[in-house]
Design a protein around this ligand. Structure first.
Ligand SMILES: [Zn+2]
Length: 667
C-alpha cells in the first residue's frame, strides 16, 4: 500500500467512532471515475429504463437537508443519486449537478437488454473538490478537426471535467478565423510540412504557405465551427477557454502581418513589438472577435516564454519604455499584459495567463496558470491571486507514460499515471483562505511530437482520468490501488467506444534498477569533481554518484546528475584505501528531444596516489541520432589495484548537449 491509503483508513476509523461505519463505504467495487465523495450500497441490483430516471432540482436549503455530505463547496455541481427497486432519482440544485448525477449512473449501469440498465441499489452523495477541472488541447502544433475535439469533449464530460482550454495560436499555426485579419487563416494556418518536427527542423524551415498551395498542410476553425463547439461543450457542462498567445509564440502572426514585429520583416521575431500602437489595435480587434465567439469568463492570453530580445534595441520599444517609465523589458511585458487586462475587464472578461504574467508585477484580478513548477502558483495564491495549478512535473501529459524504450517518441520526461494521480494542488501548509485561491487543476497535452489523432488520445488517456480525480475527489477518498482497478475498466470502455488509450494492463512501470539501492565498493565514498555538475540537475549533490540510488526513466527525477560544462563528466572517487577492483561502470541516458546524449568518449583510469593515473579503458561511441531514447552502460572489467577511480565521459565535436549519469559503480 502506498501512503495515500493512510488518510483513507483514518477516515473510516473516524466515521466508525461517529457511529456511521457499517452503513457507509466508498466506491471500491462499483467504480465511478472520478471517485464520489460518499457512496452507500445496499446490496443487490435493480433494472431501470434510462428514460424513466427522475431528475429534480431543489433549493440549496433542501439539498443540504437531503445530502449526507457535511459541506458542499461547489453546490451547483453537487448531486445525490438514489437507486431503489425499479427507480433512479437524481437530485441537484442546478443543471450541472443533474448532468453529473447522470454521468455517474452511466458509469454504474450494466446493459441489461432492451435498452435497460442494471443498477446497484443504494445512493451516491457527491460534489467536486475544485470548481476548475481542466484539459488543454494544443491544436496549433498539429491541427485537430472539429469532430475530434467533440469526441474529447464527450470523454471530458464522462469524467466530469469542466474546462477545455484550446491553445489556438502558436508559431506552428494560427487556428481561429478572425474576420478582420484574413491572412491569419489564409496563410499563417498552413505550412508545407505535415508534422511539427519536419516543420521545425531544417527541411520545413519554419515557414508558412498559402492556403491554396498544393502542398499546404494545416487548418483552422471557422467562426461557425467555434460556435458549434462552444454549444456542444456547454451542453456537456464544459466551458471552452480560448488562448491567444501574446506577446511571444507569435511567429505565425508576424509572418502574416510583419508590421506588428520590431523588425517589420517576416521570420525575424517571435514577440510582438510592444512599442507599436498598431499592435494594440490588432490584439484588441482580435480579442473583440474572440470575446464575441467565446462566452467564457476567462480569456487566456498566453504570456509565456517571451524572449524580449528585439525589445532591447527596437527604437519603438525603447521609446515606450522611456515614456512609460519602464525600467526593463520585463516591465515592458507587464505593460502589455496590464493594458490587455484592462481591455478584457472593460468587456466583462477576466485575464488568465501562464505564470510569466507575474514577472514585472501582476494586477490583483488576473488569474495565473502555474506551469513552471508549483512554487510560482503557490506564491501567487498566498498573495491573493486566483490560480489554476498545472505544474509540468505532474500535469504535462506529453511526457512518456511508461518505459520510454517501449513508447512512441515523446517530448521527454516520465509521467506515469500514478504520478499524475499523486498530485495534490493544495499543500497541507495552506490555510483555508489560501487554499480557496486555488481554483483547480488542469492537464496539458502539448502536441509537438504527436502528429496523429490516435496518438493524441493515447497520450491523453488514461492520464486525463487521473487529472479528473485530482480535481474532483477529496484526498480522503483517493486510493491509487482502487483508482487503478477502476481505470482498467474505463480503459476498456474507452477502447470499446472508439478511443485509443494507452493499454494500462500492459504497463511496465519504473526502471527496474530503481527498485533497490545498489551495493558496491564506492558506496558512500567521496566524489571529487574535476568538472562541476549543473546546479539545475544536481540531483542529491556531491553524494549522488555514490549513494546507491539508481536513476529512473527520466534524467530529471533527482537520481540522475547532469553535466554540460566543457569536460562534461570528470570525477574521481576516493575509496579511502588501496583495494583490488575488478569492475567499474556507469549508466547513461539518451533523450534526444531535450538534448540529452550518450557520451561519445568514456575513459576509466585508476591511481594509488591520486596523482599518477593508469588508463584502464577508453571507449568511443557514435551517437545514434535516430534513437530518441536509450540507456547504455559503459564499463571496464579486469583486475587492478586502486585507491582512486577516475571516470570521464564527454561528447566530442558531433553533439552539443547534456550528459547524465546516476551512479559510478565499483566492484
Ligand atoms: Zn519593438
Amino acid at each position: 500500500m502506498n501512503d495515500m491509503y493512510k488518510p483513507f483508513v483514518l477516515s473510516i476509523v473516524v466515521l466508525c467512532m461517529l457511529g456511521g461505519c457499517p452503513r457507509f463505504s466508498w466506491a471500491q467495487d462499483k467504480g465511478i471515475v472520478p471517485a464520489p465523495q460518499l457512496v452507500d450500497w445496499k446490496g443487490g441490483t435493480t433494472i431501470v429504463s434510462p428514460d424513466s430516471i427522475t431528475f429534480r432540482t431543489v433549493s440549496l436549503k433542501i439539498f443540504n437537508a437531503i445530502t449526507r455530505l457535511e459541506s458542499v463547496a461547489h453546490p451547483d455541481e453537487a448531486y445525490v443519486v438514489e437507486v431503489t427497486p425499479g427507480r433512479a432519482v437524481v437530485t441537484a440544485i442546478a443543471e450541472p449537478g443533474l448532468f453529473y448525477g447522470m454521468q455517474s449512473l452511466k458509469q454504474l449501469a450494466e446493459p441489461s437488454g432492451n435498452d435497460l440498465w442494471k443498477l446497484p441499489l443504494g445512493r451516491v452523495d457527491d460534489a467536486p473538490r475544485f470548481s476548475y477541472r481542466g484539459f488543454m488541447m494544443d491544436v496549433s502544433r498539429h491541427f485537430r478537426s472539429k469532430e475530434f475535439v467533440k469526441k474529447q469533449i464527450d470523454a471530458m464530460a464522462r469524467y466530469k471535467l469542466n474546462r477545455l482550454h484550446l491553445h489556438l495560436t502558436d508559431a506552428a499555426g494560427w487556428r481561429l478565423e478572425i474576420k478582420q485579419y484574413p491572412r491569419l487563416t489564409e496563410f499563417a494556418a498552413w505550412r508545407n510540412a505535415a508534422t511539427w518536427k519536419e516543420w521545425w527542423n531544417e527541411s520545413g524551415g519554419r515557414k508558412y504557405c498559402d492556403r491554396n498551395d498544393p502542398e499546404a498542410q494545416g487548418g483552422y476553425y471557422s467562426q461557425d465551427d467555434i460556435r458549434e463547439l462552444v454549444q456542444y461543450a456547454a451542453e456537456r457542462q464544459i466551458t471552452i477557454i480560448p488562448e491567444i498567445e501574446m506577446p511571444s509564440h507569435s511567429e505565425e502572426v508576424l509572418a502574416a502581418y510583419p508590421y506588428l514585429s520590431c523588425s517589420g520583416e517576416p521570420y525575424k521575431n517571435s514577440d510582438f513589438c510592444v512599442g507599436n500602437e498598431e499592435v494594440f489595435t490588432f490584439l484588441e480587434n482580435v480579442l473583440l472577435e474572440v470575446i464575441h465567439l467565446f462566452p467564457s469568463e476567462y480569456i487566456h492570453i498566453g504570456g509565456d516564454e517571451a524572449g524580449k530580445q528585439a525589445w532591447r534595441t527596437c527604437p519603438k520599444c525603447q521609446r515606450r519604455m522611456q515614456t512609460e517609465g519602464l525600467e526593463n523589458v520585463d516591465a515592458l511585458q507587464s505593460y502589455l499584459i496590464h493594458r490587455i487586462e484592462v481591455f478584457l475587464n472593460k468587456h466583462g472578461r477576466k485575464l488568465l495567463g501562464w505564470d510569466e504574467i507575474m514577472d514585472g508585477g501582476l494586477t490583483p484580478y488576473a488569474t495565473v496558470m502555474s506551469w513552471r513548477g508549483e512554487e510560482g502558483g503557490l506564491k501567487a495564491a498566498k498573495n491573493g491571486h486566483q490560480v489554476v495549478m498545472t505544474p509540468g512535473e505532474f500535469c504535462y501529459l506529453d511526457g512518456y507514460q511508461d518505459a520510454p524504450i517501449t513508447q512512441p517518441e515523446a517530448i521527454g520526461g516520465y509521467l506515469p499515471l500514478s504520478k499524475v494521480y499523486a498530485y495534490n494542488p493544495v499543500p497541507s501548509s495552506f490555510s483555508s483562505e489560501q487554499a480557496a485561491m486555488i481554483l483547480g487543476v488542469q492537464g496539458n497535452l502539448w502536441a509537438e511530437f504527436i502528429p496523429t489523432d490516435a496518438h493524441y488520445e493515447y497520450m491523453a488517456y488514461p492520464r486525463m482520468l487521473a487529472i479528473a480525480e485530482v480535481g474532483w475527489s477529496r484526498p480522503e477518498v483517493k486510493s491509487y490501488a482502487d483508482f487503478f482497478s477502476r481505470v482498467l475498466r474505463e480503459v476498456e470502455w474507452l477502447q470499446q467506444s472508439g478511443y485509443h488509450p494507452f493499454p494500462l494492463d500492459k504497463e511496465i512501470g519504473e526502471r527496474p534498477e530503481t527498485r533497490q539501492p545498489i551495493k558496491h565498493l564506492a558506496l558512500g565514498k567521496t566524489v571529487i569533481y574535476q568538472a562541476p555538475y549543473h546546479p539545475k540537475y544536481k540531483a542529491q549533490g556531491d553524494m549522488t554518484l555514490t549513494d546507491g540510488q539508481r536513476g529512473g526513466w527520466t534524467y530529471s527525477d533527482g537520481a540522475w546528475q547532469g553535466f554540460i560544462s566543457e569536460q562534461r563528466l570528470d570525477v574521481m572517487i576516493d575509496l579511502k584505501q588501496e583495494l583490488p577492483i575488478h569492475e567499474v561502470y556507469a549508466d547513461f541516458i539518451q533523450m534526444l528531444n531535450p538534448e540529452v546524449f550518450l557520451p561519445e568518449e568514456v575513459i576509466i583510469s585508476v591511481s594509488v596516489d591520486g596523482v599518477h593515473f593508469e588508463e584502464l579503458k577508453r571507449m568511443n561511441h557514435t551517437v545514434d541520432k535516430t534513437k530518441s531514447v536509450c540507456f547504455q552502460k559503459y564499463g571496464w572489467e579486469g583486475s587492478a589495484l586502486a585507491r582512486y577511480v577516475r571516470y570521464q565521459a564527454r561528447t566530442l565535436q558531433q553533439v552539443n548537449g547534456w550528459i547524465f549519469t546516476d551512479e559510478i559503480i565499483v566492484n
